[in-house]
Write a protein that binds this ligand. Structure first.
Ligand code: FES
Length: 95
């Protein structure tokens, strides 16, 4: 996991969907990269523990659940199941 140390995140694209993978002290998590408030890229934001802060208006989501935890975000962000296999991180993704 040297490529993505704890506290880091990475945006990937699956088909047409942008997804952000987060490495927190609780493990790996993945959400849609698109903020539910006004479509900013969450990968450009700041990860603090399990909370990603959107860079556009400062709304926040819990990356472990997708729940919006700070205004102006109120709608949850989509989450994806993540599985670690050796040095690889796999996403459960359906388009
Ligand atoms: S676009 Fe993310 S908080 Fe507004």
């Amino acid at each position: 996991m040297a490529e993505l140390p704890v506290g880091a995140m990475k945006q990937v694209t699956m088909d047409m969907d942008d997804i952000t993978i987060y490495h927190t002290s609780q493990g790996f998590f993945a959400t849609s990269d698109v903020c539910t408030h006004a479509s900013e890229s969450l990968a450009k934001g700041r990860l603090d523990g399990n909370i990603i802060a959107c860079p556009k208006h400062g709304g926040k989501f819990d990356v472990t659940t997708g729940r919006a935890v700070a205004f102006p975000c109120v709608e949850p962000v989509e989450t994806y199941a993540v599985e670690v296999r050796g040095d690889d991180v796999w996403l459960e993704y359906e388009d």
